[in-house]
Design a protein around this ligand. Structure first.
Ligand code: NAP
Length: 277
């Protein structure tokens, strides 16, 4: 496993498991448990996914099965728009902790910026409060564009360690990536497999055949070689293992360029400038 270092010197595994669109039942529990047993150390949860309870059960069972401790894991969850406002952040955080059966998170993110900048800034102050009180190890944001980040920077004391955004070969977000690099904020990709759509791309399949890897492994490795933290989702045990098995090869500069040039500025999710829940 590779780790990335934040602007506060804390670290995060570069690859983790996503759990969006997974039922709050044994599917979630078994996927998380299997991931941890297979060697995953990072899980990307969110209150709004509605499955924190069973994700939490999977974490506990995974810890036991893998013979590791809670401290070996890096657990993320996210504040939903319903809990915006400085005074509500702690409530959102405590709810996620209770759901997950944990007493701290490694990373807490503002899930979306919303469309009210004053409220977003006020909410970030609540995130800073949590961090300053030592209740959470790291705070960051998700779905922030450059304008959101500039607004935040002008009105806050602590910079986010990370921005989790849509990123895949059809949506490479070059300007945002460059900005994050300059600002020392890590980029994390959501829907790295474009919710499986990218796996049928011809160029990705040609490269996969060339190097005898699967299309998913090629796209995940393209994230890794781009320095991006990534969280592919799967509930299928063999795919969970396959997606982690990307550390014994790398892509050539030519293969990297070929994949990056697939960009079409094509989103599959909402535009953060407009989305309000
Ligand atoms: N911050 C945000 O606003 C935001 C938004 C979206 C997502 N996210 C996070 O990002 C994570 C990943 O994104 P995502 O869930 O949208 O989609 P994704 O990871 O891009 O794709 C998941 C899909 O790909 C399939 N898949 C996974 N590995 C595969 C493989 N090796 N071969 C073939 N198919 C494979 C999965 O199927 P099976 O599960 O059936 O195996 C599932 O249908 C989420 O789970 C969530 O944690 C965050």
């Amino acid at each position: 496993m590779k780790y990335k270092t934040f602007n506060n010197d804390n670290t995060m595994p570069q690859l983790g498991l996503g759990v969006f669109r997974v039922e709050n039942d044994d599917t979630a529990k078994n996927a998380v448990k299997h991931a941890i047993e297979s060697g995953y150390r990072s899980i990307d949860a969110a209150l709004v996914y509605g499955n924190e309870e069973m994700v939490g059960r999977g974490i506990q069972e995974g810890i036991e099965a893998a013979g590791i401790t809670r401290e070996d894991l890096f657990i993320t969850s996210k504040l939903w728009l319903d809990d915006f406002g400085r005074d509500n952040v702690a409530k959102g955080y405590e709810t996620s902790l209770k759901n997950l059966g944990l007493d701290y998170l490694d990373l807490y993110l503002i899930h979306w910026p919303g469309t009210d900048n004053d409220l977003m800034i006020d909410t970030w102050k609540g995130m800073e409060d949590l961090y300053n009180a030592g209740k959470v190890k790291n705070i960051g944001v998700s779905n922030f564009n450059v304008e959101h980040l500039e607004t935040l920077k002008a009105h806050s004391e602590i910079q986010p360690v990370i921005n989790q955004v849509e990123f895949h070969p059809y949506f490479t977000q070059e300007p945002l990536r460059n900005y994050l690099k300059e600002e020392g904020i890590q980029m994390e990709s959501w829907s790295p497999l474009m919710n499986a759509e990218i796996l049928s791309d011809q160029t990705v399949n040609d490269i996969a055949n060339e190097i005898d890897k699967s299309p998913a492994q090629v796209v995940i490795r393209w994230n890794i070689d781009n320095g991006v933290i990534t969280i592919p989702k799967s509930v299928t045990p063999s795919r969970i293992e396959e997606n982690l098995d990307v550390f014994d090869f790398s892509l050539t500069p030519e293969q990297m360029d070929k994949i990056s040039s697939l960009n079409q500025n094509k989103r599959i999710g909402p535009n953060p400038a407009e989305f309000n829940g």
